[in-house]
Ligand binder design. Structure first.
Ligand code: SF4
Length: 254
């Protein structure tokens, strides 16, 4: 495969201050209170579930989209067992990759996407390494990743937060997003992608990687265990007095 040299790194184009453009004092106070209550419920700090290098975390994240953790974990292990290096995956037949990851949703889309993303890193870096991200600010590193087709805000934040880079980024998954919408931290029309900057802006700039990871994890866990997609158990929810959706639901039930 033709590989251009490492100087192909795109010029850093820092995002325009999402923290400032989305800052709202009332929402910040609410976000902090939600974080405080949920951290008490779920016993923060939460242990990191991965300690993968950033390229491995990137592949893991691409596999996990709309897929149960157990299924994406199995697919990740199957990839590693079949091709010991990511360079080999980049050169593999997409049909074989698809066959290997068939337990995830949309393997026919994810196989070529994973291969294309690995190729894009090779073309920019000259090797399959994302160690350069450790030298960047979070916004710059997210932008660098998101200029690769197939990498969006959730994946870029997951790579920075969940990998052994342990950078202070805030991923937002579907559970986290649902709780944020129902509690009014974001509007009903705000999609998952744009919610990243809004929700990050509500939390202190100087929060550590662990604090931001905890915030994501507790909102996700709350969505999984209490604020279910169907039939949230609002009567048992520690956020009920902060949550317009829960108050409307409980009022309607009398
Ligand atoms: S009160 Fe209900 S809708 Fe609101 S966060 Fe709790 S479970 Fe979700």
């Amino acid at each position: 495969m033709p590989v251009s040299s490492a100087q192909a790194r795109p010029a850093p184009q820092r995002r325009s201050t999402p923290r400032e453009s989305h800052r709202d004092e009332d929402l910040t106070n609410k976000a902090l209170e939600i974080d405080r209550r949920l951290c008490r419920s779920f016993d923060c700090p939460i242990a990191y579930f991965h300690s993968l290098d950033p390229v491995s975390e990137l592949v893991s994240s691409l596999l996990s989209h709309r897929t149960r953790n157990a299924d994406s974990g199995r697919a990740f292990k199957a990839l590693r067992a079949r091709w010991p290096s990511w360079e080999q995956v980049a050169e593999a037949d997409p049909a074989e990759i698809e066959e290997t990851i068939r337990g995830v949703t949309w393997p026919e889309l994810k196989a070529p996407r994973i291969r294309a993303v690995l190729h894009a890193i090779l073309e920019r870096q000259g090797s399959l390494s994302l160690d350069l991200l450790a030298e960047m600010e979070v916004d710059e590193a997210r932008h660098w990743l998101e200029t690769i087709p197939g990498i969006g805000p959730k994946t870029s934040a997951a790579v920075l937060s969940f990998s052994n880079l342990r950078m202070p980024a805030l991923p937002v998954d579907s559970h986290h997003h649902r709780v944020a919408q129902r509690t009014g931290l974001i509007g009903q029309r705000v999609d998952v992608g744009p919610s990243h900057d809004i929700l990050r802006a509500q939390l202190p700039d100087d929060w550590s990687a662990q604090k931001l990871y905890d915030n994501h994890e507790v909102l996700m866990l709350h969505g999984q265990h209490v604020c279910h997609y169907r039939n949230p158990t609002c009567g048992d929810c520690v956020l009920l007095d902060l949550c317009p959706t829960g108050q409307a639901r409980t009022a309607a039930k009398g």
